[in-house]
Write a new protein. Sequence first.
Lengths: 169, 169
Amino acid sequence: MASEVTDGTAAGEANGGAAVKTVAFTAVKPHLFVECSKVCDAVAFYKSAFGAEEVNRVSHPKRKADQELPVLLSAEIKLGSSSILISDVSDDSTAPGKAVGSGVVFCLETEDIEAAVETAVKAGAVSEGEISEGEGACCGKRVGKVKDPYGVVWLICTPTAKKGGDVEA
Amino acid sequence: MASEVTDGTAAGEANGGAAVKTVAFTAVKPHLFVECSKVCDAVAFYKSAFGAEEVNRVSHPKRKADQELPVLLSAEIKLGSSSILISDVSDDSTAPGKAVGSGVVFCLETEDIEAAVETAVKAGAVSEGEISEGEGACCGKRVGKVKDPYGVVWLICTPTAKKGGDVEA
């Protein structure tokens, strides 16, 4: 749950007199994109290379009947105390220009999407699209998207719930 | 301090009989790159947009005498429990292809650089360059660099010490 503080300072007044909410984020998760059908391979690699632990995986609903392609749409791994999301670039519209490799977006988790997007936009970020339903390992229920002045894409989303039945310990 | 476990299993034997060390990382920090002289602006933006807190900053030694250019080489901000590093792309050879925006590398902190690089390379990563002296907000003393099969660059470095005298609360 995000904590909110109403900020009635001069900064708030400069923005047309509206009070600026400060939104506390519960988590920041980098979101990596790999080539189509490589999520499984990538998770296995991060386990053996860095000792990562898989904490969540989401199967691809459309590919389940097709035995030739892997069925993993996205996964969440834990490295130390940090979580990293890995998605198949072919299926995720949040991928920045469908870039793989170092094309990373950051997921900020909070219950108050609207306030968080509004605060970011007031600070100079550009909102991209409407708040929508999330899918994959990130963005359990609702997700907003902003691009900051430095070219980084931030997804502001409700905290992820564990997807049942498909989680590997 | 990293903990190390000697792994004498079949996986270790498959790698020419050598035991594989498992290295525990103390932290994972995404490392963002912004345009030359924009580190100060970016820190201010992340403070107002996301409520980030600045926890460390490193001045540029060569620019200190030049009053026309900002002197911030890199900074570390905290967002919730996560740390994010921000560097001036013009001065950091670790920037992936000098990309700004979503060009991100990840810093993995551990005391045992050699074992961590060796494990990653055995798992399929490619080591890039020698282990060298670190600089900036990341990579306090020594840093190794590997690129994984998915194009992501990982810096494996000793934990950062707070730089004295220049830290803003």
